[in-house]
Every structure is written in C-alpha cells, then in structure tokens.
Design a protein around this ligand. Structure first.
Ligand code: GLN
Ligand code: ZN
Length: 761
C-alpha cells in the first residue's frame, strides 16, 4: 500500500529559509549562501520522507518565494517592466517580480484560495510570449535523484495557472488569460519531456481550481489541456491533485473521464461529498490519492477513523490503486512538533505538525497493507481519548451559554440612527470627525520593553510605567494634532490575536509553529484547543488609564471573534461557528466591562471577516450568517450612547456589503485608499448605508506622505455619494508599521483636510 505527500513546508523547522532570504536581500550574504541553505533544507526533507517510508515523495514544492511565481518563471511570462531579456531566469528578475526593485513595483499578491498564504498573480496579456525559462522542476528532480530519492515532480497545472492569472494592465475588459492555454502547453510539454528523460515515472499537476464553482467553458479547458498533453505524457503516470474543498460533481466527471490522467488526489478532510462521488463511481484502473491527513491544521489524525475510511475505499478502487495522502500540501501547517519546548506533554500528544503527519501517512499505509504498528495506533487512540475527555478542553458552562445563542438574533434594542443621535448628544463631535485605527508606531524600544517583561527581566512596575509613558506620549500627540476620537496606540500588544489569546482560556501558543504567509513572511497562529472563556478583564486597565489622560473620547480597542477564529488553528472536534460563539461571549464580557469603566467608544476589529468566506458560493451565506451574528453578540447589550466601531482590512466590499450592514455597528472604518472606485461604486449602485463610515483616506502600507489636497479630494469624492453626517476621516489601517516621521506629517495633513472641508459644508 502506497503513501504520498502533496507538498511540504519550505521555511525549515526554525525558519532557516526566511533568515537566509532576508540576509541575501539585505546584501549580507551571497547567492551561493542562500542556495546552500535551500539545498540543505530540500535534502533533509527528502531524506526525512524517505526514512519515514513514503513512496511518492514530492519535489519542486520548494520555492524561494512562491510556486505560482516559479511557474511564471518556468513559462518565461515576465511582465515587460522588469526588463528581462530572455535566458534562464535568475534571482534578480525573480525577486524583482516578487518584491519590486528600486525603479519598478512588485507584481500583485493575493490570497491562495481560503488560506493565509499569498501567491504572486501572473499578469498575462494577448501579447505575452512564453518560453521555457526556468529549469527548476527538472533540476530539483535530478538533485533528489542524485541523493538516491526518486521523487514525484510537482507542477502547478496549466489550467489552474491561467484561471488564477489576471489580464495585464489595459486588457482587463477584453481579455481572458484562459485563452492562452494553447500557448503555454508547448512549454509544459518541454518540461514533461525533460522530466521523463531524467527518469521521472510520475508527475503531479496541482489543479486546486477544480474545487471552485467553474463554468462549462472552464471545465472544457481541463479536457483540452490534458488531451493535448496526452501524447507527451504517455509512458508517465500522472496525478491531478485537488485540495481545500469538495470537487463538484461536474468537475469530478470531467477529470475522471480523462485518459492521460492515472490518479486523482482529493481532500477527504474538507471534501466529504467527494467521498460520496468516489463511492458512487470511480474510473477503473486509476489510482486514488486519498487525502485523509489534514494539511491545514495541527491536530493528530484520528488514525482509527482514517483507517476505516481507507478500508471502505479499498474495495472500490482496488487494493493496489489506493494511495494514502495528505489533504493538501503540508505547507499550511506548522513544521515540526519536536521543536516545541513550551507546550506540555498532554497538549503535545494531541498534535501533529508536518513532520509528524508524514509519519501518520506512512503508518496508515502500512496498516492497510497488513502490517499495522499496534503501539503507534494505540498511543494515537489514547491521545484521541484524552483530548475528548480532558477537563482542559471542556467547560460546561461555556458550552451551555454558547448553545443558548443559536437560533436567536442578538441585536441592539434600537436602530442605528436613533443610536447615532444619542451618541452625538454625548460625544458632541464635529462633522467629518477624525480618528485613527488603533496602533501607533511600534518602536525598537517598545519591543524591547515587552520582551524583557515577558522574560521577567524587568518588574511589572517598570513595565507598567514604560507602557504608561508611551500611552501618554501617543495621547498628547493626538491632542496636538487635534484628532477628535483618540486611541491609546496598542503599545502593550505584539499581535492583535495573540494578545487576546494569551488572556483567554482554551488557547495554547507554540514557539516555532510558523506557517508561510508570503515570501519570507510567516505567521504563528495560536491553537484553540478548548472551550473559550475569559477569566478576567483584558484591556480595561490600559483603556481606562488612557481615558484618564484626556477629556476627549478614548476608543476601547478589541479584536472581534471572527478575526480571532480565522487567524488561529481551530478545533476540529466542533463546528467553527461554535468556537466563534464562545469567543464572542468572552469579548462581550470585555465590551461590558469597558462600558462599565466609562469607555463610551469601543472598536471591535474584524480585520479578517472577509477572509473566512468559504470558497464555494453554496456555503457562503451560512458563514456570513454566523460570522455576523458572532459580531453582534459582542455588543448587543450596550447602551444606545455607547458607540460601537468596527474595522476591516479589506477593500472589495461588493460581495459582503450586506453582511457589513447586518453587523449593525455604529461606525465602520475600512481600508479603501488603494481602491477608491470600488467602494464608491457600491454606494453609487444605490446601497443604502445609514451608519457611520470611515473609508481610509490614505495608504498606511507605504511610507509616502499624502498631501492635504489629495486627502481632501478623496473625502470630496466620498461626500458625493454618502451623507455628510455619516462620514469619518481616518487612515486605512493601524500605524504600527510606520515611523513617527511619517505618521506625524500624514496625520497633520489628514486633520487639515477635514477642517478645510468642514468650513465648506
Ligand atoms: N487595531 C489594529 C491596529 O490598529 C487593527 C489592525 C488591523 O486591522 N489589521 O493595528
Ligand atoms: Zn486594518
């Protein structure tokens, strides 16, 4: 019985690749240094999988930046502005596309399906020429082979590549990248021929777009592509890999009818309906790569349950055609549990990171083949049982409270216009009130104070006084700038989710549980393992301290339940919405404590609400319903005079505008400055919005300082479509990544613009 891994994390167990990349980019090390780190990482990964007994080991899942960008390089589809003159693409051109250079900006980056990984979006136009320009896939295959490991080279499939591409500038209206299919296949053929010549017997094409809602025309492209490749592929085994969701029936029919494909990889963790499709008909003589080990999470597999699933498939596809696999590339989970020194043994026994998942896959394959490792299986069963019964996981009070929420609506007693009137009487704000999103620049000094306090190198007293001094500085600055609604600057927080997770029950934190987000950037999501509760107030101390420093309103600053959920590794033993309701109840208590402490404006950030939107349209309404409900739960109990703000880092509102309205916040501040027109068009299309709204007036992602005129111009455009009395003036997002030298002049101009326009209204 065979085993297979879809893909493996590239960063290394201690983010070795990140540090090597950044040092190279800073000019502190050579290209050879970087290549050496990369080669060592690849080699240890191959060796680890080979030692574990994996039969189908992937190659070319390593990347210096991103696998889609690797494919762009393979195809020679470099946009003209990078001045590439042909030949094998080197680091210069590759990293210029990824990160921009002194004269040319980077290519666009966007989220890879519903993960937190971001890929570089190909830019293709009718004149894009393709030529085989990166031999990386072949080189990596040969490299592994020289080390005695015969791998399965992995390529992003041609149809997925095109479906995820965007039309080059100027061709947006008239051009579809999918029309380039015939032009890119010749390059794919060259690559396939070279791999074959080098000795490959299998090739994996990742075609995850097959799980999306595709039309007939798009599905036809798969038929066209794999029929056209058929003669080149003959003599090779081909697996088409899908992941992240069910494969819809039409797509399933399309790909299982293709002759050139010998095996199919399905995500059986998220794709329960795909399992039914397989059971009702699977093409005879083909391989099924059964993705039973979850690549998106950190939980140990329930081996007994997976084994039962696999056994039920054996009779359908045949014993020799069933391959045990992961649900997707393991790059979406943490790397190796071995490096977790701070987690206790009980929690550790419940977890499996990438390295452990490789072992699980192999154990399942061996068990299917009749040589079950009894000790391994019974240790796993014991861990599953301990997780089910552990008192650390279950909190009956919380479960009851969360269960009682279902089915009801949880809305504030009065409507938003009544509330805004009541709030205005109390707050007495000018028209076009100014505010910021929460964080102020995080200086080296601040990071040091937090680090030393955590390491117990400075006392609590010293810590509190350092943070207090910082808050005071930020408050005074905002008063000088004459901002209307103030923030305390969030100096005590390193991360908007971790800060709350650390104070809530039910969360655990890793030391090295990093997951690649983009390029060299990684995130370390908290692990939600148990029922969530809030032992004591989390932010009241700092918020009331900040409020005591000023007569102006000081915003209480919280992270919302949906964002905490979407930026964590979540439980797989209950539905996501149940975990979200529990977090909502904890945040609700915090909101009420802040109100009781005299805080009259409370911002509940839902930066990641849009991110959790399911891939398939049929599942989106349900998500939006419970996500928005969770947000409302947090603040349904406050008085009319307490003003609830929310903030979102997302500018494509068209698809969720009704959810935003349904959140029923008093004021929303949103990212906008990079896409004015999109937001304006929502309101031009007649969407009625009665609550306060602050579309960001300048981009905080850039060091550029916006002029007063430019900001005023933006506000004027908004005024043309929105009621004057609901518009707020604020930056796009928090200021923590900026320097004071940028923040001061930018906010000065922002306030000046608001004041200038007030005189003209
Ligand atoms: N309040 C947070 C901040 O200002 C919001 C961050 C975010 O939206 N990502 O940093
Ligand atoms: Zn934001």
């Amino acid at each position: 019985m065979a085993s297979h891994i879809v893909g493996y994390p590239r960063m290394g167990p201690k983010r070795e690749l990140k540090f090597a990349l950044e040092s190279f980019w800073d000019g502190k090390s050579s290209a050879e240094d970087l290549q050496k780190v990369a080669a060592d990482l690849r080699s240890s990964i191959w060796k680890q999988m080979a030692d574990a007994g994996i039969k189908y080991i992937p190659s070319n899942t390593f990347s210096y930046y991103d696998q889609m960008l690797d494919t762009t390089a393979m195809l020679g589809a470099v946009p003209d502005r990078y001045g590439w003159n042909g030949g094998e693409i080197g680091f210069d051109t590759f990293f210029s596309m990824a990160r921009g250079n002194a004269t040319v900006p980077a290519m666009e980056m966007t989220k890879w399906f519903d993960t937190n990984y971001h890929f570089i979006v190909p830019e293709l136009g009718p004149n894009t020429k393709f030529s085989y320009s990166s031999h990386k896939a072949v080189n990596e295959y040969k490299e592994a082979k020289a080390q005695g490991v015969d791998t399965v080279p992995v390529l992003v499939g041609p149809v997925t590549y095109l479906l995820l591409a965007k039309p080059a500038k100027g061709t947006e209206k008239s051009f579809s990248p999918l029309s380039l299919l015939e032009s890119i296949l010749p390059v794919y053929k060259e690559v396939i021929a070279e791999l074959k010549a080098a000795g490959a017997s299998w090739i994996q094409f990742d075609e995850p777009t097959l799980v999306l809602d595709l039309g007939a025309h798009q599905l036809e492209a798969f038929t066209k592509a794999y029929s056209d490749l058929e003669s080149t592929l003959s003599g090779l085994n081909v697996v088409v890999e899908t992941y992240f969701a069910d494969v819809p029936e039409e797509a399933y029919k399309t790909i299982t009818a293709l002759n050139s494909i010998s095996g199919y990889g399905f995500d059986l963790v998220r794709g329960t309906k795909t399992l039914d499709l397989v059971k009702s008909s699977f093409p005879s003589g083909k391989y099924l790569f059964a993705g039973v080990v979850d690549g998106r999470n950190i939980w140990a597999n329930d081996l007994a349950a997976s084994l039962a699933t696999l056994q039920s498939l054996e009779s359908i596809v045949g014993k020799d055609k069933l391959v045990v696999s992961t649900s997707c590339s393991l790059m979406h989970t943490a790397v190796d549990l071995v490096n977790e020194t701070k987690l206790d043994d009980e929690i550790k026994s419940w977890l499996a990171f990438a390295a452990q998942k490789v072992v699980e896959v192999n154990a399942l394959a061996k068990a299917l083949a009749g040589s079950k490792d009894e000790a391994f299986f019974s240790a796993n069963a014991a861990a599953q049982a301990s997780r089910k019964s552990s008192p650390r996981v279950t909190n009956e009070e919380v479960q009851k409270a969360a269960a009682a929420l279902k089915g009801s609506d949880h809305r504030r007693a009065t409507n938003v216009s009544t509330r805004l009137d009541a709030q205005q009487k109390k707050l007495n704000l000018p028209v076009l009130p100014t505010t910021t999103i929460g964080s102020f620049p995080q200086t080296v000094e601040l990071r040091r104070v937090r680090r030393e306090y955590k390491a117990k190198k400075i006392s609590e007293e010293e810590y509190v006084s350092a943070i207090k001094e910082e808050i005071n500085k930020v408050v005074k600055l905002q008063e000088e700038l004459d901002i209307d609604v103030l923030v305390h600057g969030e100096p005590e927080r390193n991360d908007m989710v971790e800060y709350f997770g650390e104070q809530l029950q039910g969360f655990a934190f890793t030391v090295n549980g990093w997951v690649q987000s983009y390029g060299s950037r990684c995130v370390k999501p908290p692990i939600i393992y148990g029922d969530v509760s809030r032992p004591k107030a989390m932010t009241v101390f700092w918020s009331s301290m900040a409020q005591s420093m000023t007569a102006r309103p000081m915003k209480g600053m919280l992270t919302g339940p949906v964002t905490i959920l979407n930026w964590s590794f979540v439980r797989n033993d209950q539905p996501r919405f149940e975990t979200c309701y529990q977090i909502a109840l904890a945040i609700k208590k915090e909101v009420e404590d802040l109100e009781a402490a005299g805080i009259t404006v409370i911002q509940i950030d839902e930066a990641a609400l849009r991110e959790g939107l399911p891939l398939r349209k049929s599942e989106q309404a349900f998500y939006q319903d419970w996500a928005v409900h969770s947000f409302r739960i947090t603040n349904c109990g406050v008085q009319d005079t307490t003003q609830i703000h929310t903030h979102m880092c997302y500018s494509n509102f068209n698809d969720i505008i009704h959810s935003i309205i349904n959140m029923d916040a008093d004021v929303i501040t949103i990212e906008n400055s990079r896409s004015d027109e999109k937001l304006l068009s929502v309101f031009r299309d007649g969407v009625k919005y009665g609550a306060g709204i602050g579309p960001g007036v300048y981009d905080i992602h850039s060091p550029r300082i916006p002029s007063t005129e430019e900001i005023a111009d933006r506000i004027n455009k908004m005024l043309a479509v929105l009621e004057t009395n609901i518009l707020w003036v604020n930056p796009d997002c928090g200021l923590k990544t900026r320097k004071y030298g940028e923040v001061k002049p930018a906010l000065t101009n922002m306030v000046a613009a608001a004041k200038q326009l007030r005189t003209q209204l």
